[in-house]
Design a protein around this ligand. Structure first.
Ligand code: OFO
Length: 172
C-alpha cells in the first residue's frame, strides 16, 4: 500500500507525463504542417511513448492500493519558430521531467518507500535516454546550420529513428 503522500506525488507525475504527451503531439502537428513529415512522425510516436509513461503510473498506483486520477491538462503551445526551437524546447522540458523524477526518488527515500523507489528506476533510466536524444539532435542541427539539404536528411533520419526506437513500420 502506498502512502497518501506518495500517491499524491505519483498523481502529479501522471499530470506531467500526460502534459508531455500533449506537448509532443502539438510539436508533431506543427512539424507536419510545415512539411517536416519525418520529424512529425518521430514526435507522434514520442507522444504515444509519453502516454505509455503515464499509463505505467496509473497501473502502479492502482496496483498498490491508491487511486490514479485522470489529469486536467493545460494546452501546450501550438506555434514554434523552428525545428531548432522544438528540440531546445524538448531538451528543457525533459530536464524538467528528470528533476521531477529525481525529486520523487528523493521523496521515496524520505518516506522509506523502497518499492516505489524501485519502480521509479525505469523512469530514471528513460530520462537519461531522452535527454541524450534531444542533445544529439541539437548537435546535428548546429552542424546543419542553414543547409536545406542537411535538414532534408535530418528529417529522413528521424523518421527512420522513429522506426528503430518505436518499432513501427515505415508504412504507418
Ligand atoms: Fe519524456 O519522458 Fe516521460 O518520463
Amino acid at each position: 500500500m502506498i502512502s497518501s503522500k506518495i500517491e499524491a506525488a505519483l498523481n502529479r507525475q501522471i499530470d506531467l507525463e500526460g502534459f508531455s504527451s500533449m506537448y509532443y503531439l502539438s510539436m508533431a502537428s506543427w512539424c507536419e504542417v510545415k512539411g517536416y513529415n519525418g520529424i512529425a512522425k518521430f514526435l507522434y510516436h514520442h507522444s504515444d511513448e509519453e502516454r505509455m509513461h503515464m499509463l505505467k503510473l496509473f497501473q502502479y498506483i492502482n496496483d498498490r492500493g491508491g487511486h490514479a486520477v485522470v489529469p486536467g491538462l493545460d494546452a501546450p503551445p501550438k506555434m514554434y519558430a523552428s525545428i531548432h526551437e522544438i528540440f531546445e524546447t524538448i531538451l528543457s522540458h525533459e530536464i524538467k521531467v528528470s528533476n521531477e523524477i529525481n525529486a520523487l526518488v528523493e521523496l521515496c527515500i524520505q518516506e522509506k518507500d523502497y518499492t516505489t523507489h524501485n519502480f521509479l528506476q525505469w523512469y530514471v533510466a528513460e530520462q537519461i535516454e531522452e535527454e541524450t536524444l534531444a542533445r544529439n539532435v541539437l548537435d546535428k542541427l548546429r552542424l546543419i546550420g542553414d543547409d536545406k539539404g542537411g535538414m532534408y536528411l535530418l528529417d529522413r533520419d528521424l523518421q527512420s529513428l522513429s522506426v528503430t526506437v518505436h518499432g513501427s513500420s515505415k508504412e504507418d
